[in-house]
Design a protein around this ligand. Sequence first.
Ligand code: PLP
Length: 361
Amino acid sequence: MNIPQRAGLANFPPYRQGKAPKGIDGLQAFKLSANENPYPPLPAVLAAVTAAVSSINFYPEMAAEDLTLAVAGRWGVSPDNVAFGAGSVEVAAQIIHAVTNPGDCVMFAWRSFEAYPLLATAAGATPQPIPLAADGGHDLAAMAAAVTPRTRAIFICNPNNPTGTVVGAAEVETFLRAVPTDVVVVLDEAYVHFNRDPGTAVGIEMFRKYPNVVVLHTFSKAYGLAGLRLGYAIGAPGLVTNLRKVAVPFGVTALAQQAGLASLEAEDELQARIDLLVAERRRLYAALLAAGLPVLPSEANFLWLNTGEHTAALAALFEENALSVRAFADEGIRITVGTPEANNRVLDVARQAAGLLAPLP
Ligand SMILES: Cc1ncc(COP(=O)(O)O)c(C=O)c1O
């Protein structure tokens, strides 16, 4: 069979999902490779999903009216500012499809969320990666300087996946003043709920001041709904209209819509879990640092180890201890903050691992 395929797909890597942990006798396995929430859904969320299950013979309501009103109300914006997708990754794809013509550029820092270059390429656009600064944060000055007339969208991941760094409000404002106002600047805030840095850029505030800003939020991380696929953009009405046009029809299920509504009503309860994860992140960071590991400060629900050439050896050690982490060959390891039990195991392994690493400079 020789079916003609789109040029370039042979060299196009598929999205790499966070691995499941290896089963090891006598050890509870923990998945720390996908920045998921380790806690089960809240009872009210489960009840809402269960109630919606009996209607799955019907298509979902594509306009997601109730959820649109709830999200618009949550942020004090108009319903015309809100577009949904099957996870914020689908909304990111919608943005690229809506604003690029073939060959236009989509800029992002690198390394950042692995889907950005894949979504750009899949849409027929050209990825425009700009190296992170030495501290693992965005180099916004280099990004501003690299904008060309072909650059149509810029993703700023705040906090950045996988380094956990944040961009400051003043830096982002300087950046937004330097970038042409017809370029869409996406503030991807998938991990915003874990961010405790008072100086950070806040997407919704930037959107209120700069209409070319689009804020991307997800229910997958802090809200713990990764398996249901629900995310949204807040942006200018003209863009939002087009996001809805390029969305996959019926991509957001009724179950996801009900779970999203119930989650917004249970924000206080969710906050307690988020606070727990932030406290665990701080404990893990301090202990990893004390163990001599090259860990970066993080404002997300994960930590980045700059393990360089030792990455494979260290990743193997985690795997042998029934922990799956995200390893980027010869660069580093991203570890999702889990339950206290999972984090204690991370620390046990880290203490063993410290001997594998060359002494820190
Ligand atoms: C920075 C960032 N943005 C977006 C997403 C997509 O999340 P989802 O599609 O589950 O909403 C992720 C997932 O890991 C992410 O790390």
